[in-house]
Design a protein around this ligand. Structure first.
Ligand code: MG
Ligand code: MG
Length: 248
């Protein structure tokens, strides 16, 4: 069932989304060669708690940390470890905050120092693919319009699309209906209505679409070990369009 949020629920989700955005801004300057993933995770967790929220991911289906941190060929669900970032890495940080029972969810990929042109291209166009999807959000459009926009953009830029994972509704559960795939056909899938909140989150690869699950049962990596990027916003369907809840 797809929930329509009340005014009060939307207010709480605006706060949750803002906390997620601010957490990204807080850790962004710390993303440098030599910092460990665990240090970034700890900083993010402290920041979320300082804002009166809880990290949504900690304990979610047994996930051990506050954030998911995925480096280079890791697509999503990387577990923060003592691994240190190196110059030339790209790192995707997925952050969720639970404010009074309502969630915000946003992932962003960052460059560590100087990255090569290929990685630059991947990051630029994955972020643009996210906004192509977001532009489709308005009452009367369908979830398939979002997927179609993301897929068309990725295809025209020759990037692989992770199809096994997708965006989702967000509310008093981190993951709600509907699924929001990064592929689809125009005019198909559930219709968007004012008051729905969805996370749109393209995961695009420099190589093929294919992924594997690592032996820790969490981390997803590309099968061909080529880099992957992930950009995600939580978006509210408004009367005549959208409002990004996890942005500025
Ligand atoms: Mg996320
Ligand atoms: Mg999500």
């Amino acid at each position: 069932m797809i929930s329509i949020k009340s005014k009060r629920e939307i207010e709480l989700m605006e706060i949750a989304g803002k906390i997620v955005y601010e957490t990204h801004q807080h850790i962004k300057p710390l993303i440098k060669a030599g910092v460990s993933l665990l240090e970034l995770d700890t900083e993010a967790e402290k920041f979320i708690i300082s804002k009166g929220a809880k990290p949504s991911f900690k304990g979610y289906e047994g996930f051990p940390n506050a954030t998911c941190i995925s480096v280079n060929e890791e697509v999503v669900h990387g577990i923060p470890s003592k691994r240190k970032l190196k110059d030339g890495d790209i790192v995707s940080i997925d952050i969720g905050a639970d404010y009074k029972g309502y969630h915000g969810d946003s992932a962003w990929s960052y460059a560590v120092g100087n990255i090569n042109e290929e990685k630059e291209y991947l990051m630029e166009h994955t972020e643009k693919a996210l906004f192509e999807g977001i532009k489709q959000v308005k009452p009367g459009n369908h979830v398939g319009d979002i997927g179609y926009a993301v897929e068309s953009y990725a295809n025209s830029h020759n990037l692989g699309i992770v199809r096994e994972l997708c965006g989702h509704g967000v509310g008093n559960h981190l993951h709600e209906d509907p699924d929001v795939p990064n592929y689809g056909s125009k005019g198909t899938g559930p219709m968007l209505k004012e008051g729905m909140v969805i996370a749109i989150e393209p995961m695009l690869n420099l190589g093929s679409d294919d992924i594997v699950v690592e032996s820790n049962d969490w981390t997803i990596t590309t099968l061909d070990r080529k880099p992957s990027a992930h950009f995600e916003h939580t978006v509210l369907v408004t009367k005549d369009g959208y409002q990004i809840l996890t942005g500025e």
